[in-house]
Design a protein around this ligand. Structure first.
Ligand code: C2O
Ligand code: CU
Ligand code: CU
Length: 535
C-alpha cells in the first residue's frame, strides 16, 4: 500500500468508528460522550479560570544516594499504590508513586560513581523501572524483561559514565507502560559532572534550576483518573488537565536573575510547543542527555513525549512581574497530524502551563556562557539498520477503548482501567513487538548508523535504549542547532528521514535486549517497539 492510501484508510475507519462511538459512549457518563471536544473554557481564552496559578509548583525531593564503606551510592525506590494526590485544586485523586503518593524523588547521580539501586514493587501488579537515557548494560536497563513481581525487590548496580544531563525513570512492563505512567509513576534522574557550575550555569536545585515534568490527565466526576475511554485515545491518551510536577497549572516564585528550566515532556502522547506568553526569547542549553556546544536562542520549542530540553531565561529585569510558560500548540501541532481526530482543541490553541512570579534579585550569580561543551564528534563504524515507522497498520486496525470488550482489569488507582495494550496496531518495519523476537543486532564498542523514516500520518517520537545518539542528518540536512547534542529520542514528523549515529558501550544479550520504540505510550503498548542486542 502507498502512504496516502494508508492515511485515507485510517481516516475512513476512524470516522466510521466515531459514528458508532455515540452508542459506545452511552453509560460512560457525560465526559465520555464529548469525545474530541473541550468542555468549559476554550484553551485560547485568556481569562483566568478559578484555580489557575493558585498553587505552588511542587519540587520533587532529591536522593543523593547513601555511600557505603566501599564508596558505592545506594538509592531506594518503592513503587506504591494507595496514595491520593491533589492534581486539581480541591479534588482528591487516587494515584501511584515512588516513595510517596505521586511521581518520585529526583535521583542525583554523580558521573562515574558506582551505584546500587534497590527497587521494591509495592504494587499489586508487576512493574519495571527503566532509566530513560542512561547508558547501562541491558541487564540493568529496566526494560520489559526486568519484570519485578509484586512484593519483590530488583537490585541493579551500574556506573553512569556519561555527561551531565536530565534523564528520567519510569515503568516499562510490556503492554502496561502507558497506564502505569499515567497512574503517576515517573521521576527525574539527573546526572551531575560539575560542568554546569564551572560554566556559571544556574545549578541550585528548586531555586534557579527547576525540574519541570509536564503531563496531561483526564478525570471523572469523582476525581478519579480516567484512561483510554474515548475513541481518539486509540491514537494516544491525551487529557484536559495540564500538570507540572503533578499539580495543575501551578505558580513558582523565582528571583530576578537567570533561571534554568529542565523541561521533560512526561506525557503519554501530548506534544508541547513551549513558549513564553510574552513571546520573549529563551536559550536552549541542553537536549535530551547533555549540554550543547553553544546556547541556542529560540522563542518556541517543540518537545514530543520523553524528550527533554534545558532552557535558560533572563529574568534580570523582571522584578515584580509575572510570566507564563505555555504551549503554543496551535502554531505547530495540528500540522504534524494527517488525522483530525488525533488533535483536540488544546492542540489547536494555547495551553497555559506554569506561572513564574519574579521577586527580588537573588544573591546567586549565574550567567549565560558563550560556549559550553564540545559538540559530540562521532563517525559511524558499526552496522547500519533501517527503521520504517509505519504507524497504524491496515489489518490490525481496531478501536481500543475501555468501553469495548477489550477492557482490562480495573486495578489502577481508584479502579482506573489498565488500558488497552497488547494489540497489534502500530508497527516498525511492519513488525509488532514480540518479547521473544530479536529484531536487530548491533556491535559492542561501535557506532551504529540507524536510518529512521516515518511513513505514517502522524509524528512519532522514536526512542533508543542503551545509547545517547547524535542526529547526523534530518531530511539530508544537518540537525537544527538545538538538537546537535546528545539525544535519545527524536520526534519524527510525517515523511521525515533521519540518520542517527548511535554508539553502544554496553552489552545487551538476547535475555535482556534493549528496546527501540515510539514513546507515545499507547503506540509502544500496541506493537510499536522492537528489540535489539549489542554483542
Ligand atoms: Cu522512556 Cu523504552 O522508554
Ligand atoms: Cu529508554
Ligand atoms: Cu507513535
Amino acid at each position: 500500500m502507498n502512504r496516502s492510501e494508508d492515511i485515507d484508510d485510517m481516516r475512513r475507519r476512524l470516522l466510521q468508528a466515531f459514528a458508532a462511538g455515540s452508542a459506545l459512549a452511552v453509560g460512560l457518563g457525560p465526559r465520555a460522550a464529548d469525545a474530541g471536544t473541550v468542555r468549559g473554557r476554550s484553551p485560547t481564552d485568556d481569562a483566568v479560570k478559578p484555580g489557575v496559578f493558585s498553587r505552588p509548583l511542587p519540587v520533587p525531593p532529591q536522593l543523593h544516594g547513601q555511600p557505603d564503606a566501599q564508596g558505592v551510592l545506594h538509592y531506594a525506590l518503592q513503587a506504591g499504590s494507595g496514595g491520593h494526590s491533589e492534581l486539581i485544586a480541591g479534588v482528591r485523586t487516587p494515584t501511584w508513586g515512588y516513595n510517596g503518593a505521586l511521581l518520585g524523588p529526583t535521583l542525583r547521580v554523580p558521573r562515574g560513581k558506582p551505584l546500587q539501586m534497590q527497587v521494591s514493587n509495592g504494587l499489586k501488579v508487576p512493574t519495571t523501572v527503566h532509566w530513560h537515557g542512561a547508558q547501562v548494560p541491558g541487564k540493568m536497563d529496566g526494560g520489559p524483561h526486568n519484570l519485578i513481581a509484586p512484593g519483590t525487590v530488583w537490585k541493579p548496580a551500574f556506573t553512569l559514565d556519561q555527561p551531565a544531563g536530565t534523564l528520567w525513570y519510569h515503568p516499562h512492563p510490556h503492554t502496561y507502560t502507558g497506564p502505569q505512567v499515567y497512574a503517576g509513576l515517573a521521576g527525574f534522574l539527573l546526572v551531575d559532572d560539575g560542568v554546569d557550575a564551572q560554566l556559571g550555569l544556574p545549578h541550585t536545585y528548586g531555586v534557579d534550576d527547576l525540574p519541570l515534568a509536564f503531563q496531561d490527565r483526564r478525570l471523572d466526576e469523582a476525581g478519579r483518573l480516567v484512561y483510554m475511554n474515548r475513541i481518539p485515545d486509540t491514537l494516544g491518551m491525551k487529557g484536559d488537565h495540564f500538570l507540572v510536577n503533578g499539580v495543575e497549572q501551578p505558580y513558582v516564585n523565582v528571583s530576578a536573575g537567570w533561571l534554568r528550566l529542565r523541561l521533560l515532556n512526561a506525557s503519554n502522547a501530548r506534544l508541547y510547543n513551549f513558549a513564553f506568553a510574552d513571546g520573549r526569547e529563551f536559550h536552549v542549553i541542553a537536549g535530551d542527555a547533555g549540554l550543547l556546544e553553544h546556547p541556542v536562542s529560540m522563542r518556541s520549542l517543540l518537545l514530543g513525549p520523553a524528550e527533554r530540553s534545558e532552557i535558560m531565561v533572563d529574568l534580570r529585569h523582571d522584578q515584580g512581574h509575572t510570566l507564563v510558560l505555555r504551549s503554543d500548540s496551535g502554531a505547530v501541532v495540528p500540522g504534524l497530524y494527517h488525522m483530525s481526530q488525533a488533535v483536540d482543541a488544546y492542540d489547536h490553541g494555547r495551553i497555559d502551563l506554569l506561572q513564574l512570579r519574579v521577586g527580588a534579585r537573588s544573591g546567586l550569580s549565574s550567567r549565560l556562557p558563550v560556549s559550553m561543551v564540545p559538540a559530540p564528534k562521532l563517525h559511524a563504524d558499526g552496522p547500519e539498520s533501517d527503521f520504517v515507522l509505519s504507524g497504524m497498520m491496515h489489518r490490525g486496525m481496531k478501536i481500543i477503548t475501555s468501553a469495548g470488550s477489550d477492557r482490562r482489569a480495573a486495578d489502577g488507582p481508584g479502579g482506573m482501567n489498565m488500558g488497552v495494550g497488547g494489540h497489534d496496531l502500530f508497527a516498525i518495519n511492519k513488525h509488532f513487538m514480540r518479547m521473544n523476537v530479536i529484531n536487530v543486532q548491533t556491535s559492542l564498542g561501535r557506532t551504529a548508523l540507524w536510518r529512521v523514516k516515518n511513513t505514517s500520518g502522524m509524528a512519532h517520537p522514536f526512542h533508543v535504549h542503551g545509547t545517547s545518539f547524535v542526529i547526523h542528518s534530518r531530511n539530508g540536512r544537518p540537525a537544527p542547532a538545538h538538537q546537535r547534542g546528545w539525544n535519545d529520542t527524536i520526534l519524527m514528523r510525517h515523511e521525515e528521514t533521519a540518520e542517527l549515529f548511535a554508539p553502544f558501550k554496553y552489552r545487551a544479550d538476547a535475555d535482556h535486549p534493549y528496546m527501540y520504540h515510539c514513546h507515545i505510550l499507547e503506540h509502544e503498548d500496541n506493537g510499536m517497539m522492537g528489540q535489539f542486542t549489542v554483542v
